[in-house]
Design a protein around this ligand. Structure first.
Ligand SMILES: Cc1cc2nc3c(=O)[nH]c(=O)nc-3n(C[C@H](O)[C@H](O)[C@H](O)COP(=O)(O)OP(=O)(O)OC[C@H]3O[C@@H](n4cnc5c(N)ncnc54)[C@H](O)[C@@H]3O)c2cc1C
Length: 653
């Protein structure tokens, strides 16, 4: 009996129709090869743990080997043998999209190419809500809401890929369950006869890297093929690191990084979206899991997850790739003025005080560019996008509802073909912003203990103060400096702040005024930002605290002077701190300097209705600079003591 089953499998494998998915398959491989002919394996497909890359190009062979191996090993594999139709899991974590999603595309290609008699392989798109982050202490309500919206939209968008036989499953393409991946996945694997799993590789976050390692080990034991892809960044970070590092150390300046990029060439192109009728799901998969796991029958609401947030007011639009692509394309043709926004984008000139607002003509290109035609902003009922001075694409890039490669190539097309090179340039241009993202990723990938000061090779060791009381004042927008408090209020209420507002509050907390560790600030941002991103958050905090990348600690942002340059009247402050709404503009950034009569008239007495400034900035910043000076000097001393020999060597080179 056993031999007969093996013979049947071999026959079917050999007679399988490899071209049944030709359109998608050939384009997919063509693009991957064309874009990175020299580095296909390192930039596109990153890991296949139980099959080799070559085996994956020929699914029937991969399957044959897999089943031959498993049939001799475990009793559960005998069940697999007896049941022709197996399942692939597409495990979504970030990358919540169907465009440029190599894991999803390859799973569908492999499933279609799989020859299982009359049955082709089914695919189970899965998202696991780890209880570790499903609570307000770890992830703020704005971000969780954005995630749930993104999952809802992913489910809808996958509906457009469903095979005809699955017409009734349009609302249940994505199975969402709550649990730890290491508990959920073995259960799902056994229940649905899973033979392969596809997911986007986590390349930087220690938590995710460890989780993935454990899952890969577990899959090996269960004879499940694991296919992972580096698609959250422009390049596979390990590939980039191998090209970008001097002795394993990533470039610490944008200039050095750009030189590396010039040598590695363009990133891989986005993979084509899977075609319609390509997704064959397991009907009612959620039902089968609902006894063991919460929320298997749909996508939970914030209330289901125990969130009690009253104010949910992220202004950058809904989560999900539909809205993300609309925002991305809206940004590329913003203002409807011949790509002027892209052409003139200059980050330091963008205002941290500009509130999210409607813009005339936003989202409509006067000069339609082929890719922008895809924008879905034509429906008159659709809400118009609200814009700050920058794109507010960060939550979409964080969750991968917009592919950074898609963004890169659509922007590149405009710069080259529409603007013909006449535009601002990195590092301050819009392309420059994409490169900053990549810069922090490669540094995060190549730096152990990147999110800590101790044990972090690139981080200055500074004796920050432990001061929970002052930290709480900063966190709760009670510093007495309206500009700082307004920005922290925006963070708390909306989950987003402009880059320069982040600069100001980060500088104030660390080297500017309070001398509290950047790790504390990063923790608050990590909880409250909709776009909280491990690599970007820790990297930027190191920069702002002059702990790494940037060392001019004597250049401090004035907590009452900086924002005046952008917003003389203080409209931003008055919006987020209504207690100051009637304060004359002259005093709005420094209300403590207003005569008592003026304060009374404005209905805001400093020390009663609004806090007095928690420090004297002139004194505090001077003291902070002295401490920074000491820390830098101590670091130099240590270095010259400990590395005397290697320094001598370096000089003689
Ligand atoms: C202390 C501090 C903490 C930060 N934490 C985060 C974070 O957790 N998540 C996050 O996405 N950004 C973070 N940033 C970077 C930056 O502030 C945001 O990416 C940006 O403000 C998001 O707005 P936007 O999408 O409109 O940016 P745009 O200016 O429109 O830029 C487009 C995209 O480029 C990338 N980008 C822009 N600036 C930077 C930068 N300085 N570093 C890296 N990538 C950049 C982002 O992906 C952004 O969405 C932090 C900055 C500071 C100073």
């Amino acid at each position: 009996m056993f031999t007969i089953v093996i013979i049947i499998i071999i026959r079917r494998a050999l007679t399988s129709n490899h071209n049944s998915f030709a359109g998608c398959c050939s384009r997919n491989f063509h693009i991957a090869k064309a874009s990175s002919s020299s580095n296909f394996s390192s930039t596109f497909v990153t890991t296949t743990t139980t099959t080799t890359t070559n085996q994956r190009r020929s699914p029937s062979i991969a399957r044959l080997r897999r089943q031959t191996v498993s049939s001799g090993q475990t009793s559960s594999s005998l069940t697999t043998m007896g049941n022709e139709a197996t399942t692939s899991i597409v495990w979504f974590r970030k990358g919540l999209r169907i465009h440029d999603n190599p894991a999803l595309s390859e799973a569908l290609i492999d499933a279609k190419n799989f020859s299982g008699g009359d049955e082709s392989k089914k695919v189970l798109p899965l998202f696991i809500l780890d209880p570790w982050f499903c609570n307000e202490k770890s992830v703020g309500a704005n971000r969780m809401n954005f995630l749930l919206q993104s999952l809802t939209n992913l489910n809808e968008n996958m509906g457009s890929l469903l095979s005809i036989e699955n017409v009734n499953d349009a609302n249940n393409c994505l199975t969402v369950v709550q649990g730890k991946p290491k508990d959920v996945l073995p259960n799902v694997i056994k229940k649905f006869n899973v033979s392969s799993i596809y997911f986007e590789k986590e390349q930087v976050e220690p938590f995710g890297k460890q989780r993935d390692e454990e899952i890969i080990e577990m899959c090996k034991k269960l004879n499940v093929d694991v296919n992972t892809y580096a698609s959250h960044t422009l390049y596979d970070q390990e590939f980039l690191l191998s090209k970008a590092s001097a002795k394993g150390i990533p470039p610490s300046t944008m200039g050095a990084f750009q030189k590396v990029l010039a040598n590695v060439g363009e990133p891989p192109s986005p993979v084509p979206e899977p075609p319609k009728n390509s997704l064959r799901v397991i009907p009612n998969a959620g039902d089968a899991l609902s006894k063991e796991f919460k929320y298997a029958n749909g996508i939970p609401t914030l209330e289901d997850l125990g969130y009690k947030a009253k104010s949910l007011s992220f202004k950058g639009g809904k989560g999900g790739e539909t809205e993300g692509l609309r925002r991305m394309r809206g940004a590329l043709c913003r203002g409807g003025d011949g790509y002027k926004y892209v052409q003139e984008f200059d980050k330091p000139q963008s205002s941290p005080c500009q509130l999210f607002a409607k813009e005339k003509g936003s989202g409509k290109a006067l000069n339609p560019f082929e890719m922008a035609k895809k924008t879905s902003s034509s429906s008159p009922k659709e809400e118009s996008l609200l814009w700050p001075s920058t794109t507010a694409l960060s939550p979409h890039l964080k969750f991968g509802t917009v592919s950074v490669r898609q963004f890169y190539f659509e922007l590149q097309d405009i710069l080259k073909n529409e603007l013909k090179g006449k535009h601002t340039n990195p590092p301050t241009s819009l392309m420059g912003q994409i490169l900053w993202r990549e810069f922090y990723y490669v540094n995060a990938c190549g730096t152990p203990n990147y999110d800590k000061m101790v044990g972090n090779r690139i981080c200055k060791q500074i004796k920050w103060k432990h001061d929970p009381e002052n930290l709480a004042k900063w966190e709760n927008a009670q510093t007495g400096f309206p500009w700082i408090d307004a920005a922290m209020t925006q963070l708390k209420e909306e989950g987003w702040m402009h880059h320069l507002a982040r600069h100001a509050v980060a500088c104030f907390l660390t080297r500017g005024d309070l001398f509290i560790s950047w790790e504390e600030g990063a923790r608050v941002f990590d909880r409250d930002l909709v776009d909280a991103d491990w690599a970007l958050n820790n990297g930027n905090w190191m920069w702002l605290s002059a702990s790494s990348f940037f060392y001019q600690y004597f250049r401090v942002y004035g907590p009452h002077s900086f924002a005046k340059k952008y917003d003389k009247e203080g409209a931003y402050v008055k919006h987020f701190l209504p207690v100051l709404k009637d304060m004359p503009s002259k005093y709005v950034y420094e209300p403590w300097t207003a005569p008592l009569e003026v304060q009374k008239k404005a209905g805001c007495i400093v020390g009663v209705d609004y806090p007095k400034p928690m420090v004297d900035h002139a004194v505090a910043s001077k003291q902070c600079m002295a401490w920074m000076n000491e820390a830098y000097a101590a670091g130099k001393e240590k270095k010259s003591g400990g590395e005397e020999k290697s320094n001598k060597k370096a000089k003689t080179k």
